[in-house]
Design a binder for this molecule. Structure first.
Ligand code: SF4
Length: 351
């Protein structure tokens, strides 16, 4: 059965493989970048970012030598910014410890920030054709159906890794692992899998059972909490107050407007004036509401009420920066703050 799965999948891949830019190279650096970008992100979203990233940082050396701000700027809009910070940090380590060459063994790869078992397996198999298994969402689904494995992901994970490792044909890891990925993306889809077009349907246990969609077991998603926050676009002589977040943690290294959790406060302008005075020593006039802005993150849904404010006295305490409105574009921001920045630019040109 193993031999049949291998040959059917390899033949199918030969004819049906997706034409993707990172498939046109065997450069471990380009493959590593693509795999990091593809984590929790759709191929179509990744495509323009991948091209731009490699154009700006064509080598590990150029990435390692760049400022974090430049890297975040290229990454802006792709989300999960820790991926960009880890890529940058790992590039520095690769340059210093491995002479700029991506290591070709799992021990060294797994010690680099941002590289887990899946990414190490993808780099080793796709770039170096080593027989190392992979297990992302697509592969998990294909294998769960092929072998009719159900149960909570924590319980089935070990078994699926085992299947993934045992199926790789000698000398064909590169094609076989990508075949599994492509089958999951194009044929064995989460809903309405195209079993009639599947090269392994005769062997697939879930297909024989007649209920492929029952595998893998559905994860019951918890409702994510809603968070209300308030932010201020504080203007002074054509400049606006911005702050860079600390390098580690959520949205680390990105720039933002002053903001606070709302904690159920009702008089928004009063709360905002108090916070600005208390945190920066700045006296402000709060003007109109620029708008509520919304953004969904992986663990919460954020509504940010943003007010235009004008500084009328006092100085700024802490590490904040007055930035000319026309320079906003040079500062990497998360999606919600970029939208606020655009709204600020258009409201200032309307006047
Ligand atoms: S036969 Fe259907 S369920 Fe089984 S692997 Fe193929 S597409 Fe998936």
């Amino acid at each position: 059965m193993k031999k049949k799965i291998q040959s059917k999948l390899l033949q199918w891949f030969e004819k049906n493989r997706r034409d993707l830019p990172w498939r046109k190279t065997q450069d471990p650096y380009a493959i590593w970048v693509s795999e990091i970008m593809l984590q929790q992100t759709q191929v179509a979203t990744v495509l323009p970012y991948y091209q731009k990233f490699l154009k700006t940082f064509p080598t590990i050396r150029s990435l390692a030598r760049a400022e974090l701000s430049q890297v975040l700027k290229i990454w802006e809009g792709l989300g999960y910014y820790s991926r960009a910070r880890n890529l940058h940090q790992a590039a520095k380590t690769i340059l210093n410890r491995f002479g700029g060459k991506i290591p070709d063994n799992p021990e060294s790869l797994l010690r680099l920030p941002g590289i887990g078992r899946y990414t190490a397996g993808a780099i080793l198999s796709i770039a170096f054709n080593q027989e190392t298994p992979i297990l992302d969402g697509n592969v998990k689904r294909v294998l769960s159906r092929l072998f009719a494995i159900s149960g909570a992901p924590q319980k089935t994970g070990k078994l699926l890794w085992k299947y993934s490792a045992s199926l790789i044909p000698e000398g064909h890891a590169r094609s076989f692992n990508q075949a599994l990925m492509d089958l999951g993306a194009m044929v064995c889809t989460p809903k309405n899998p195209l079993c009639s077009k599947c090269p392994i349907r005769k062997i697939c246990k879930a297909f024989r059972l007649g209920e492929p969609e029952e595998f893998p077991s559905l994860i019951v998603k918890k409702a994510i909490p809603r968070i209300e926050a308030i932010a201020a676009v504080i203007q002074k002589e054509g400049k606006v107050l911005l702050k860079q977040r600390p390098p580690k943690g959520l949205l680390g290294g990105l720039w933002e407007f002053p903001n606070w959790g709302l904690e159920g406060k009702k008089d928004l302008k009063r709360f905002l004036r108090f916070k600005i005075k208390n945190d920066f020593g700045l006296k402000v006039k709060c003007r109109e509401l620029l708008g509520p802005f919304q953004q969904t993150y992986s663990h919460f849904r954020l509504t940010m009420n943003v007010f235009n404010c004008e500084a009328i006295g006092g100085g700024v305490k802490g590490r904040w920066k007055w930035v000319p409105i026309q320079d906003f574009d040079q500062y990497p921001m998360s999606r919600i703050f970029r939208r606020i920045a655009y709204a600020t630019i258009s409201s200032s040109t309307e006047v």
